[in-house]
Write a protein that binds this ligand. Structure first.
Ligand code: FE2
Length: 427
């Protein structure tokens, strides 16, 4: 046999050590303890380090990323409301070139850190749908390097303006993959509930997935997620619906929350929590004690829901920090959600890799023979150490080819793109 790439002496996310991963073309053909005989073009000795499938971000905003400080404007209060108002103010001044440059730059940053799939919400508020047009172009151009999934997202609310319904439908006609929404921002509570019903119906009719920003506030009585779970089951959308943020669940009455979690699990709903962004944005109206503003991740996982932990924002009107490293997101969740046990820390790693991959329905994801040879060689011996250290990834493989190496790995590769400090990206 002939192999394009063999990685030896790898530790896998499940803890198994001394593993070999053999690649032919774009696919993994062998995973196991033996080293298969045959000609090999490139061999990497993992030296006992962790090799995982790619990191995945199921909740991001590529249209707004890296737009921090546009026109000299910043979110001074740190609230979600000021972030939305600021975005609405600067968005009309952003050109197609500006949208594209920032999105591509972020993709380079992501790839160099082994983040090879992103679900991005794209604002469909402007009638010309410029952000949608540009991101569809970026999705196509970057497809060899990174999987992008686009959510048609009415950022200001589906019922906020007369043209929004048409904008959303046109964005879906243009090729957006997922139906988005933001019920808690609708003009009234009732319209928020109605938006959930309308958006789920659109998804059912079009055969699409749903991903709603839902109850992203500290209001214990915010109840749109209940409607989302109900509609998911009623319309037969099981495993196709994600509730994003769900921060109100942090503040809910414990009895009601346990009933709601059961309802969500029965509807086979998914969840996208955003530990960095929501630890930053929520609790802003509290004095002391300040609530954490994060949904109930351990309880949702225990009930059987798939939970993705998303980055949400990097250097934009909502979050002035971030570097596109999903291990930072997992690290925050360990603290903010008390996911600190020997079994919980690896769970946070799964929430930035295999769980969001399943939520996004990524084809060929994983380490089994037949999966795409998309791999990350970490500078760590296991998932706990990866989350603890968060060092530059030693190597990133996309479709069987090494696309980024850390400078620490001492193997030169031409630098033709951006990327994370300490890495060499060669797309
Ligand atoms: Fe978001």
């Amino acid at each position: 046999m002939a192999f394009d790439l063999i990685i030896t002496n790898a530790t896998l996310p499940d803890g198994s050590t001394g593993q070999t991963i053999a690649v032919e073309g774009e696919r993994i053909v062998y995973v196991g303890p033996a080293v298969p005989a045959g000609d090999v073009i490139e061999t990497i000795d993992a030296g006992g380090r962790l090799v995982s499938p790619p990191l995945v971000d199921a909740h991001f905003h590529l249209d707004a990323t890296l737009a921090l400080g546009t026109d000299g404007k910043y979110n001074e209060s740190g609230t979600l409301a000021e972030g939305i108002a600021l975005w609405d103010e600067i968005r009309p001044h952003l050109s197609a070139e500006n949208f594209k440059r920032r999105a591509v730059e972020y993709c380079h940053l992501a790839i160099s850190q082994g983040l090879l799939a992103i679900r991005t919400h794209v604002d469909v508020t402007p009638v010309n749908l410029l952000g949608v047009e540009v991101l569809l172009e970026v999705q196509k151009e970057m497809a060899p390097h990174i999987d992008l999934q686009l959510v048609a997202f009415p950022q200001m609310g589906y019922f906020s303006s007369p043209q929004m319904a048409d904008n959303l439908n046109r964005a879906l006609d243009m090729g957006c993959n997922v139906v988005g929404g933001i019920p808690h921002l609708e003009p009234t509570y009732e319209l928020g509930q109605e938006s959930v019903q309308v958006l789920c119906r659109i998804a059912a009719e079009r055969g699409l997935m749903v991903d709603l920003h839902c109850d992203e506030n500290d209001d214990p009585l915010s109840r749109h997620v209940e409607m989302l779970a109900y509609e998911t089951k009623r319309l037969g959308l099981q495993r196709r619906v994600t509730g994003s943020h769900l921060t109100s669940m942090h503040s809910m009455d414990n009895f009601y929350a346990s009933r709601l979690i059961t309802m969500m699990a029965k509807a086979e709903m998914h969840v996208a929590a955003n530990p960095l962004a929501n630890m930053f944005l929520q609790g802003r109206f509290d004095t002391y004690p300040k609530r954490r503003g994060l949904t109930r991740i351990p309880e949702l996982l225990a009930a059987g829901c798939l939970v993705a932990m998303g980055h949400d924002s990097v250097l934009d009107p909502w979050y002035p920090l971030g570097r596109g490293d999903m291990l930072d997101v997992a690290f925050m969740a360990v603290h903010a959600s008390h996911m600190s046990s020997r079994s919980a820390i690896p769970q946070t790693f799964a929430c930035v890799s295999e769980m969001p991959a399943e939520i996004m329905g990524l084809e060929g994801y994983g380490l089994a023979p037949g999966s795409y040879a998309d791999l990350v060689l970490h500078e760590a011996t296991d998932t706990i150490e990866a989350v603890r250290l968060r060092l530059p990834r030693r190597a990133v493989v996309r479709r069987g080819k090494i696309v980024s190496r850390s400078i620490a790995s001492e193997v030169g590769a031409p630098v033709i793109g951006g990327g994370f400090v300490g890495t060499r990206l060669s797309l």
